[in-house]
Design a protein around this ligand. Sequence first.
Ligand code: SF4
Ligand code: SF4
Length: 389
Amino acid sequence: MSESTVKETKTGEFVAEVDTSCARAPVGLLAELTHRCPLQCPYCSNPVDLERANTELSTEDWKRVMREAGQLGILQIHLSGGEPTARRDLEDIVEEAARSGLYTNLITAGVLLKRERLEKLRDLGLDHVQLSIQDVDPENADRIAAYKGGMDKKNDVARWVKELDMPLTINAPLHRQNIDNLPAIIDYSVKVGAGRLEVAHIQYYAWALKNRAALMPTREAFMKTAEIVNEAKERLKGILVIDFVVPDYYAKYPKPCMGGWGRGIINVTPSGKVLPCHAAESLPGLEFDNVRDRALADIWLNGQAFEKYRGTDWMKEPCRSCPRKEIDFGGCRCQAFALTGDAANTDPACSLSPLHEEWAAKATEESHTTDIPEFIYRRMGAAATAATE
Ligand code: SF4
Ligand code: SF4
């Protein structure tokens, strides 16, 4: 990619002078406003080393990120966490995002929200709410999240979203400890008036990798969920759109992680680090710029971490000569590094990887274990403690 220049305006904002022959603005920005969260899901996609509250960006920093995102041409902002409603300045951030022309999506576990606050957020420009559920069985949901009474609060939030006439997506991560309730999760989504349901089999990075043996479903159970989803998609046409994320372990080819490295998504951590993927900090040899020091557009266009695996030039065989290399971009760099020790290797999720058989066999073995390990819950230091034990 050729260099593009970034200029500072009179008001202190940074604007990219984009060379349109090479630059593509990201479609979405995932803003991890905080890693604080009252829940402790064992599959949380946050890094195992959570960022502390005292390192978080200020309100003014986040507002500047919103303006720079709008100027860069980003379309959607996903306000995420941890739990984004733990930030008391969420209103300011939403208002600035809306003013900057961004479509705003709040990704929340819902348990901290009040109706008045949701209404205020809507009035300030919040466009969409994505509510995560751990299960529809309240007891099991409490156990998975290590949080009591979550389901009642989520029911309230779902109802308020509809009363406030906002679009609602239910996000349901699926694993062996809630997989049998998939039909009830679909029914629940219809009942609360969601327009979209994301049934996402767990992706095994970060916390989920630590808990893989406790979460991995059998291939048979996975196949059953595919059947259930296909049937429901047909039956609920015009009522509920269902997105189905399959587990890498049972796929023939990997997913294009993040839609391809540095192609469509930009991730900003609570402390302002800008990542091509939320797990990228697990990779060695990458330099992560911070929005405190460098303009978002400049980081996106020229940052070392974004350039490192952008496109296909970095690939080794078998990806390098594979006809699918522009489709899946060799899968996930973080998974390739975690399982092979080299991020430039083919993701072992791919059946063409020399490590695939061994890797899939391990998953199959874990999925059949009857001695299911206890969860390592997502909390500060929990992974390190578990590793020591
Ligand atoms: S996955 Fe669970 S623990 Fe992680 S941020 Fe979401 S609700 Fe919180
Ligand atoms: S070899 Fe690489 S590019 Fe080809 S399908 Fe597998 S991961 Fe994708």
